[in-house]
Design a protein around this ligand. Structure first.
Ligand code: GLU
Length: 318
């Protein structure tokens, strides 16, 4: 089954790298309330798209039901709206797209790119040569077929012994040998869910995304995603990975790390200000007590991605 008609593909290839038709997105996982780390991804992707009159889409990454916190997506959307973010088109929910992921998985199976794997995590850990991106590098156990009468657990993508090289617009050249550093990776998990790596690529392709702006914690996932684009014969988007903000305790700001950096309607302006500063955009002092709308407007008109520091840093909310 084709991913897209050749006309669609021509349009996608033309879009990639053409800043006049920039199409960006913000893709939060609804696993808790909006915090500063997520706000940076919203702000960076919004400014990158809107500063060149592009489109900015929203996608809720509710792929993994056990991790989804009920009500978190709605609360996040309401807050973004209150902070003056305006998105284009309808919001995409990954939980509505399982059929599409299945279709692409079938296509990859027909192309001979994937194989069924019967290994449990424990077995892989015991036989993996060294720890990799996922805590281990898959040693290729089931590449040539499942042995004996064992049953299929996951579906993995066969990766080449090749360095994937890409130029991140903020962090510069990145290289990763997929076979050595990651191993054949999972597209369909043992618990029956689709893997993030597959969903994100399929969603970005279907939405015609030309620029992916997100946290630097995903720098090392990008080579896997670029390889998936190659398997699907689609040109990958441009990548801009934003520096990560750490709290006073040196830990990454996240919903799992207490309520440090939580965004509310009341502190929204201040957090947007901090976000612009963190992204190296130096807003003028007189804007300090401005409304979120004014800050976003200033950001759109004065955005310079080359000023974003390629360095994860601590930030204080005291
Ligand atoms: N859903 C991911 C997160 O919230 C972001 C995925 C992406 O932007 O590709 O960290």
């Amino acid at each position: 089954m084709p991913v897209a008609s050749s006309a669609d593909m021509d349009a996608l290839i033309k879009n990639a790298g053409n800043s006049e038709s920039a199409i960006g997105r913000f893709a939060p996982s609804p696993t808790g309330p909006l915090h500063f780390g997520t706000l940076l991804a919203a702000l960076g992707s919004y400014l990158q798209a809107k500063s060149c009159a592009g489109s900015w889409f929203l996608r809720i990454e509710d792929l993994d039901p056990p991790r989804v916190v009920p009500g978190a997506a709605d609360a996040m959307l309401r807050l973004l709206e209150q902070l003056g973010f305006e998105w284009d088109g309808d919001i995409i929910y990954q939980s509505h797209r399982f059929k599409r992921y299945q279709q692409i998985l079938e296509q990859l199976r027909e192309q001979g790119e994937v194989f069924a794997c019967s290994c449990s995590r424990r077995e892989i850990l015991a036989s993996a040569p060294h720890p990799g991106e996922e805590g281990f590098v898959y040693p290729g156990t089931c590449r040539e077929g499942i042995r004996g009468r064992r049953s299929e657990r996951a579906i993995r993508l066969r990766v080449p012994d090749e360095e994937i090289i890409y130029h991140d617009r903020i962090f510069g050249e990145q290289r990763q040998n997929l076979e050595r550093d990651v191993g054949d990776f999972v597209l369909h998990r043992a618990d029956g869910l689709f893997a993030y790596q597959l969903a994100v690529v399929v969603d970005d392709i279907d939405a015609g995304i030309t620029q992916v702006v997100r946290g630097a914690d995903l720098l090392s996932s990008t080579p896997r995603q670029i390889y998936l684009y190659r398997c699907l014969n689609i040109v990958p988007p441009d990548y801009f990975h934003l520096p990560l903000a750490f709290g006073d305790n040196g830990k990454k700001l996240s919903k799992r790390n207490g309520d440090m950096g939580l965004i509310t309607r009341e502190n929204g302006s201040n957090m947007l200000w901090k976000g612009l500063v963190f992204l190296g955009q130096s807003p003028p002092e007189e804007l300090f007590n401005s409304t979120p709308g004014e800050l976003l407007c200033w950001g759109r008109e004065n955005y310079h991605p080359e000023k974003i520091p390629a360095k994860n840093r601590q930030i204080s909310f005291a």
